[in-house]
Design a protein around this ligand. Structure first.
Ligand code: S3P
Length: 436
């Protein structure tokens, strides 16, 4: 890796058995719930990426103790609530971090100022400010609900909130605020989103009632619940495992196993889609780890064909469309991805950036307001240098593409990969990938 960028070139097959880094969503939640709880929380397998380390720092600023005991092993000692931080909370690149922490902080009688990097300062916070405001929190922020933002919490009353967009971050912000609101908090999600907050609240001793209705859910949280420190084993992140697995699917002769991958159905949409495309993906050693389904996933090189991805699958794979687009580029025929407008408000506008990057690599791609159609021809020319706008998943997706393209693919800002997958380059090199 050079300061100027990182380049992936086609080489031999990828082979090996690796472990995915800890799940980012679960890692943020373990630190935040640990800090909100009374007593000691022991965490194993925490993702030590920049996003999560910012959340650990923020939890210290809100009065908890967060100690690193060893690789991925952390002890958080919570005071049963947050105290007012003495300085601005900088969440870096982390949308999940800032939105969940703001929700949690809103429940307390304190003022706290939040900021982040240029990407995070450009992302919409209105989606959480609306429900938090209905509950009684107040704030000042930049126009359009952008950071920096100063939040005043305390004295909240519970609401029943129907999510206008399928967002686990918004659901979680409302539930965490609801822990310290008067009355029963209800979140209605027309489409189910990742349920790690609900599962982990239970692990910390809270009673959370979930009723499924069609593809949606209603979640109820009674007031006055006390959280008690817990032991949390963080499973491997399927959103990170996706990169070596797709790399194996598109690189001739490859076979890669990623062990300990979270297989929560609300996160496994990519794997279902790849199997529909003809991918040779196999699950083994299926087990329960800390209240979440986990397994080992093996991918072997496969001839893929384009598919129509059902729009209702989007919440279960929203972070995986960039790497799915790469798989689609190596497939035969069109892959239609629709109902994915949320991709435009992630760390970057991921529809726009994937469309530019794929086109630069010679792949047929059509951009739609809320979708993307990638028409694969079984192989990719490559030969491009891609501007990632500081987005880790845009960078990793294009590097995976470069590992199997005819000509090399380079990305700028490879350092941003460390927000979610600090060991990505070493892991891919260990499998035989030519990255440098
Ligand atoms: C996350 C929810 C998703 C996802 C993000 C992590 C979470 O965002 O894209 O990477 O941990 O709750 P939205 O809630 O905006 O869909």
């Amino acid at each position: 890796m050079t300061a100027a960028g990182l380049t992936a070139r086609r080489g031999g097959p990828l082979r090996g058995v690796v472990h995915a880094p800890g799940d980012k969503s679960i890692s943020h939640r373990a630190l935040i719930l640990g800090a909100l709880a009374s007593g000691v929380t022991e965490i194993e397998g925490l993702l030590e990426g920049d996003d999560v380390l910012r959340t650990a720092e923020a939890m210290r600023a809100f009065g908890a103790t967060a100690e690193r005991l060893g690789e991925g092993r952390w002890r958080v000692t919570g005071q049963g609530g947050f105290t007012e931080p003495a300085d601005v909370i900088d969440c870096g690149n982390a949308g999940t971090g800032v939105r969940l922490i703001m929700g949690a902080a809103a429940g307390f009688d304190l003022a706290a100022a939040f900021t982040g990097d240029a990407s995070l300062r450009g992302r919409p916070m209105n989606r959480i400010l609306k429900p938090l405001g209905q509950m009684g929190a107040t704030w000042v922020c930049r126009s359009g609900g952008r950071l920096p933002l100063a939040l005043k919490g305390g004295g909240l009353h519970a609401i029943a909130y129907r999510l206008p967009e399928p967002s686990a971050q918004v659901k979680s912000a409302v539930l965490l605020a609801g822990l310290h609101a008067a009355g029963e908090t209800v979140v209605i999600e027309p489409e189910a989103t990742r349920d790690h907050t609900e599962r982990m609240l239970r692990a910390f001793g809270a009673v959370v009632d979930v009723v499924e209705s069609g593809s949606g859910r209603t979640i109820r949280l009674a007031p006055g619940q006390k959280l008690t420190g817990a032991k949390i084993a963080v499973p491997g992140d399927p959103s990170s495992a996706a990169f070596p697995l797709v790399a194996a699917l598109v690189t001739p002769g490859s076979q890669v196993t990623v062990e300990g991958v979270l297989l929560n159905p609300l996160r496994a949409g990519l794997f279902a889609t790849l199997i529909e495309m003809g991918a040779d993906l196999a699950y083994a050693n299926l087990r329960d780890a800390g209240g979440e389904p986990v397994g080992d996933v093996t991918a072997r090189f496969s001839s893929l064909r384009g598919v129509d991805v059902p729009p209702e699958r989007a919440p279960s794979m929203i972070d995986e469309y960039p790497i799915l687009a790469v798989a689609a580029a190596f497939a035969e025929g069109p892959t239609r991805m629709r109902g994915i407008g949320e991709m435009r408000v992630k760390e970057s506008d991921r529809i726009a950036l994937m469309a530019v990057g794929l086109a630069a690599c010679g792949v047929g791609v059509e951009e739609e307001p809320e979708g993307m159609i990638v028409t694969g021809a079984g192989q990719v020319a490559g030969g491009a240098r891609v501007a990632t706008h500081g987005d880790h998943r845009i960078a990793m997706s294009h590097l995976v593409m470069g590992l199997a393209s005819q000509d090399a693919v380079s990305v700028d800002e490879p350092g941003m990969i460390a927000t979610s997958f600090p060991g990505f380059v070493d892991l891919m090199r260990g499998l035989g990938g030519d990255l440098g």
